[in-house]
Design a protein around this ligand. Structure first.
Ligand code: SAH
Length: 230
């Protein structure tokens, strides 16, 4: 375990050493990691571990995603700074903050109200003003604000929700982990005038996308699920 006492130095090491080793070379993406203080997106007891390349618990059985996985997704999206982006699964708000550095407008949906509120407070306290957040089932998307140039789903889904494809602009791209409850394959979708182009990227491990067009939430599984995800 790499521990640090100075978050500034640890953050710089994440962007300058750890992420490039995992194949992240896009300077804009690395710049966003250098700028956003990940330790402020986890609870105090975990702050010393915030700049390890690890997913960490954020409560409610959810996790803040692993930096190299987020980095790979952001690098693949290849944002220019002008995009309108939809994110499903705000979680801690960390990835939303990175997206705020790389796109013009970010719309993010979180199903757990307490996480959405906490993410909002963190983003506001950092002075980030181009992110709109709402609580709800993101498998329906956020139609009022569509179409989007990019959609990023940060929870694992059994399939690709149709609503999300509908809300993607022609020429737009979507990244979504698709597969089982524990392991998924990252899928990149590009919406072309002629249809959908789909490519398969790395294996990954995200928490479940729970909703109408994701995994079903069964009341009896709540306890078990929380355990598994911890
Ligand atoms: N990128 C986030 C990762 C959060 S984990 C971060 O870095 O912190 C995935 C999040 O997706 C969890 O907070 C979970 O509650 C949320 N989620 C799961 N299903 C959802 C759905 N249908 N709509 C919106 N959010 C969902």
């Amino acid at each position: 375990m790499v521990q640090y006492t100075n978050p500034e130095i640890a953050r710089k090491r994440l962007a300058d050493v750890i992420l490039p080793k995992s194949g992240i070379s896009d300077l804009k993406v690395l710049g966003a990691f250098r700028k956003i203080p990940r330790h402020l997106f986890v609870e105090e007891a975990l702050q010393l571990r915030a700049y390890e390349d690890k997913a960490l618990p954020i409560g409610h059985g959810q996790t803040i995603s692993q930096p190299s996985t987020i980095g790979m997704i952001l690098q693949t999206l290849d944002l220019t700074g002008k995009e309108r982006v939809l994110e499903i699964g705000s979680g801690s708000g960390y990835q939303s903050a990175l997206l705020a550095c790389l796109a013009e407008n970010v719309f993010t949906i979180e199903r757990i109200p307490a996480l959405a509120k906490q993410a909002w407070n963190r983003l506001s306290s950092l002075g980030i003003s181009n992110v709109a957040i709402r609580t709800g089932d993101g498998t329906y998307g956020w139609p009022d604000q569509s179409p989007y140039d990019a959609i990023l789903v940060s929870a694992g889904s059994p399939g690709i929700p149709d609503h999300l494809i509908q809300q993607l602009r022609v020429g737009g791209r979507m990244m979504i982990p698709v597969g089982g409850a524990k392991t998924q394959r990252l899928i990149k979708i590009v919406k072309r005038p002629s249809g959908i182009e789909r490519s398969e990227l790395d294996l990954c491990q995200f928490v479940k996308l729970i909703g109408k067009f994701g995994w079903e939430k069964k009341q009896t599984n709540v306890q078990k699920e929380t355990h598994e995800l911890d």
